[in-house]
Design a protein around this ligand. Structure first.
Ligand code: PMP
Length: 393
């Protein structure tokens, strides 16, 4: 039989990734298709969707810090940190970050994601027990998996459950890991209680302060500083440089011996190309802006409180924000999606969380309280959210 006839007789040609079509249909049927929408560089959209908590990402001092770094050191870092990817900018950023947040040492990474993977894999390991909050960020979940440690997932913000889990493994090397501020509901972890449970067991505490840096603590020094735990010899912080600092990248902060261990053992440090100079320069300029204007942190918290008050006064359900994330409940995933789309149509960008990103099945709008929003913008945002709100069933 000629080849073409043979193919026809066998039906449509099969390829290795045909199965993804079935996955796509399943997502479409469930209304869970995610799409990429490039944003405009200049836009009238009022942005309450980004993580630019302090409004620093477009500050001339920050963009110039990034541009100057690229001009001086190149568009890329040219290699891994241990080979050619470390510049004076990286070491300066590490020193200033550690000093600002109150830790002995710091190490910067290409993202907060790789920073979490580094901390958990290098400090966890097959013989360790990791105790992880059920609502921890995906990068922590992946870090626990990659660490190949036994991982006990404990109920959300439940220090008693952490204590019991540690008690059930006396003498076992253990790490407790938690977000400081949870990215979906914006609530805070009970850090003093977690630290006490760790101390009683001799466990290390790893806290992802992605949403606390720049917002919580004295002048934005973060949740660990606020809790009096910065610089504690049993505590490690992980950070992103992509939210409050207005740039891109991540960091791990902790005792010098822990940082030295990461330099030698963390695969996402050793085998990843170093943070781009522009990202390091932007983050350093963002950090210096925060040092120069400590009131930015308080302003972000005040804006969050105002948004929450205006929305709950109008009858919407919103958890009290502990930092700059304001979450508003929607009656269903479809309603959340439509609500966010209607807001966008009326000039307001908001985040939208639906399953599977929210394991509790509750869909929400997620608003970012930015320090640079003025009162008129806050009023406009609240007006739009209320006008477009779905009817409560
Ligand atoms: N941890 C938390 C709590 C986050 O919200 C994020 C960012 N979404 C990350 C880690 C990852 O940081 P990055 O985006 O810098 O990789």
């Amino acid at each position: 039989m000629p080849q073409a006839d043979e193919a026809r007789a066998e039906g449509p040609r099969r390829t290795a990734f045909d199965w993804t079509d079935a996955e796509a249909r399943r997502r479409a049927d469930a209304g869970l298709v995610r799409t990429l929408r490039p944003r405009a560089a200049e836009s009238d959209l009022l942005d309450l969707a980004s993580n630019d908590y302090l409004g620093l990402t477009r500050r001339p001092a920050v963009t110039e810090g990034a541009a100057e770094a690229a001009r001086r050191w190149g568009a890329g870092s040219t290699g891994s940190r241990l080979v050619t990817g470390t510049t004076r900018l990286h070491t300066r950023l590490e020193r200033e970050l550690a000093d600002f947040c109150g830790f002995e040492a710091a190490l910067v990474f290409s993202s907060g994601y790789t920073a979490n993977l580094a901390a958990l894999t290098a400090l966890g390991g097959r013989d360790a027990l990791i105790v992880s909050d059920a609502a921890n960020h995906a990068s922590i979940v992946d870090g626990c998996r990659l660490a190949r440690a036994e991982t006990a997932v404990v109920p959300h913000t439940d220090p008693e459950a952490v204590r019991k889990t540690l008690d059930a493994h006396p003498g076992r090397r253990a790490l407790v890991v938690s977000d400081s501020v949870f990215s979906v509901d914006g609530d805070k972890a009970p850090l003093p209680e977690l630290a006490a449970a760790c101390r009683a067991h001799g466990a290390g505490l790893v806290v992802d302060d992605a949403h606390g840096l720049g917002v919580l603590g004295d002048g934005g020094r973060g949740a660990l500083h606020e809790a009096g735990l910065a610089g504690d010899e049993d505590v490690v912080a992980t950070l992103t440089l992509s939210k409050s600092l207005g740039s891109q990248g991540g960091a791990v902060l902790g005792p010098a011996r822990v940082i030295e261990h990461l330099v030698n053992a963390a695969r996402t440090f050793i085998f990843d190309t170093g943070l781009a100079p522009a990202a390091a320069g932007g983050a350093l300029a963002g950090l210096r802006a925060l040092v120069a204007e400590p009131e930015l942190a308080e302003r972000a918290r005040t804006v969050a409180g105002t948004l929450h008050r205006l929305l709950t006064d109008a009858g919407l359900t919103s958890a009290r924000p502990d930092a700059a994330v304001v979450s508003v409940r929607a009656p269903s995933p479809e309603a959340a999606l439509r609500w966010a789309a209607d807001c966008r149509e009326q000039g307001l960008g908001v985040g939208c969380f639906r399953p599977p990103s929210v394991p509790d099945g509750i869909s929400r709008l997620r608003l970012t309280a930015r320090a640079d929003l003025d009162d008129a913008q806050i009023e406009r945002a609240v007006g739009t959210i209320l006008r477009t709100a779905p009817a409560v069933p």
